[in-house]
Design a binder for this molecule. Structure first.
Ligand code: KG4
Ligand code: ZN
Length: 397
C-alpha cells in the first residue's frame, strides 16, 4: 500500500489530491480531491494571464496541502511529526528562492503539524504555462524533500487520457478506477482543450503516437475567442454551447469547415475564428446582430467544429482499426460534440470513453491516475532525486 499525493498547476486550476493504492488489485481509493479554480480572476483579462496564474498557485498550494493533511487525519491515515532539519531547510529555501514566503509556510507547517506519511509526490511538469508549471514542480520538489518521498513528473496530456479511468463515484468507491486491464488497444484519443487539439494513437498504456494536431489555435481557444467576439465572458466554451442550443439554421450565417478535406489529421481553427469575426462585424454593420443571430452563430460554430473533429477522428479510428475512442480535455464537456461522437462510435460499434463531467477540465485525479498506471504497469518508477525535475512548457507525449 502506498500513499500518493498528486499536484496539477499547468494552467488556471490549482489541484491536489491524495490517494492510497491497493497494488494487488491494481486500484486505489481517494482520500481527498481538491481544486481551486482561478476562472473568475482571469475572466477580466479575457484569458489566462500567466503571471497571475503563478501568483494564485503560489497562494493556493499551501492552503490545499493543509486541507489534504486535515482530510487525511479525518480518515485515520497514518502520520507523524516531520520536523524540518537544517539541511532540508536549506534545500527548500534554495528550490523556492523566488518564492521565499511559500518556503517559510511549508517549513513552519511541517514543524507545527502532524503530516501524513506520503510515499510518492506526482506532479504535472508539462505541457502548460511555464510559470504556472514551475510553481507546482518546485512545490512538489520541496514536499518530496520534506517528506522523504519519491517524486514522479507527469505529462498533462497523458493525464487527460487517463481521466477516463475514474469511475463516476470515485470519491466514495474503494476502487476509484475502472479495471485497467479491461481496455482493448489500440485506442484513438481525441484531446480537445484550451491549449491542445490532438488525435493520438494509444497503442497501450504509456505508448502514444501523435497522429495530428492543430497548426494554430486549439478548439477551446477558438470557442473562447469566438465567444468574446459575441460578447460572452471567459471561458467562452460553456456559453457558446448554451447559446447554440437556442440557435436555428440561418442562411445569413455560415462558417467554413477548415481542413475538412486535407486528408491528414491536422487541424486549423484560426481561420474559423477570423471568418466568425468578419461575419459578426458584417451583421453588426447591418444592424442584424440580435440575440437570435448570436445563438445562430454559436450553433453554426459548434456545427463547423464538430464536423471537422468527427471526420478526422473517424478516419483515424478506421485507419488504425481502433477498439475504442477516448475524448478528453476541457472541451469534452460539450454535450453537442459528445452526442455526435456517441452516434459515430455506435455506428462503428466501438466503445466511447468520456471523463466524468467534473474531470473534463484540469484536475489532479487525472495526474494520480496517469502516474498510478505507469507504476503498476512498470512503465516508469518514481525517483529519489528531485533536482532533475523541471517544468517543460512544450512537453510532448
Ligand atoms: O482542459 P482545460 O480545462 O484546460 C486546458 O488544459 O486548456 O480546457 C479549457 C477549455 C476552455 O477553452 C473552455 O472554453 C473549454 O475548455 N470548454 C468548453 C466547454 N467547457 C469548457 N468548450 C466547449 N464547450 C464546453 N461545454
Ligand atoms: Zn488540460
Amino acid at each position: 500500500m502506498k500513499t500518493i499525493l498528486a499536484i496539477e498547476t499547468s494552467c488556471d486550476e490549482t489541484a491536489i489530491s491524495l490517494i492510497q493504492t491497493h497494488e494487488s488489485e491494481e486500484n486505489f481509493s481517494v482520500i481527498s480531491d481538491l481544486v481551486i479554480s482561478q476562472i473568475d480572476i482571469h475572466a477580466e483579462y479575457g484569458g489566462v494571464f500567466p503571471a497571475l496564474a503563478k501568483r494564485e498557485h503560489t497562494k493556493n498550494l499551501p492552503l490545499l496541502f493543509e486541507q489534504i493533511c486535515k482530510d487525511a487525519r479525518k480518515k485515520n491515515i497514518e502520520g507523524k511529526e516531520q520536523k524540518i532539519t537544517q539541511e532540508k531547510k536549506e534545500q527548500i529555501l534554495e528550490i523556492l528562492s523566488r518564492e521565499p514566503e511559500l518556503a517559510e509556510k511549508i517549513i513552519s507547517f511541517f514543524n507545527e503539524n502532524n503530516i501524513p506519511n506520503i510515499d510518492i509526490v506526482m506532479v504535472t511538469h508539462g505541457p502548460g504555462l511555464a510559470p504556472a508549471l514551475w510553481v507546482g514542480v518546485n512545490f512538489a520538489r520541496t514536499l518530496s524533500i520534506a517528506l522523504d518521498a519519491k517524486i514522479m513528473p507527469l505529462n498533462h496530456m497523458e493525464g487527460h487520457i487517463s481521466s477516463i479511468l475514474l469511475k463516476e463515484n470515485y470519491i466514495k468507491d474503494e476502487k476509484a478506477l475502472y479495471n485497467i486491464n479491461n481496455f482493448e488497444f489500440p485506442l484513438i484519443s481525441l484531446l480537445i482543450s484550451g491549449g491542445h487539439t490532438q488525435i493520438i494513437l494509444v497503442k497501450n498504456w504509456g505508448e502514444y503516437e501523435i497522429l495530428g494536431e492543430t497548426t494554430d489555435d486549439a478548439v477551446g481557444e477558438a470557442f473562447d475567442k469566438v465567444a468574446r467576439l459575441l460578447g460572452m465572458s471567459y471561458p467562452g466554451g460553456p456559453k457558446i454551447s448554451k447559446a447554440a442550443r437556442l440557435g436555428e439554421p440561418d442562411n445569413d450565417v455560415s462558417l467554413p469547415r477548415p481542413m475538412l478535406h486535407s486528408k491528414d489529421y491536422r487541424f486549423s481553427f484560426s481561420g474559423l475564428k477570423t471568418a466568425a469575426r468578419y461575419l459578426i462585424e458584417d451583421l453588426k454593420e447591418k444592424n442584424l446582430l440580435d440575440e437570435q443571430k448570436i445563438n445562430n452563430i454559436a450553433r453554426e460554430f459548434e456545427y463547423a467544429v464538430t464536423e471537422v473533429l468527427l471526420k478526422k477522428t473517424k478516419a483515424a479510428l478506421l485507419e488504425h482499426e481502433a477498439r475504442g475512442l477516448i475524448i478528453a480535455g476541457g472541451v469534452s464537456a460539450n454535450t453537442f460534440i459528445t452526442e455526435n461522437f456517441k452516434n459515430l462510435c455506435g455506428g462503428l460499434d466501438i466503445t466511447l470513453y468520456l471523463p466524468e463531467k467534473n474531470l473534463c477540465g484540469d484536475n489532479s485525479m487525472m495526474i494520480a491516475s496517469a502516474g498510478f498506471v505507469r507504476l503498476v504497469k512498470n512503465i516508469e518508477q518514481a525517483q529519489k532525486n528531485t533536482a532533475e525535475i523541471s517544468a517543460i512548457g512544450n512537453l510532448k507525449l
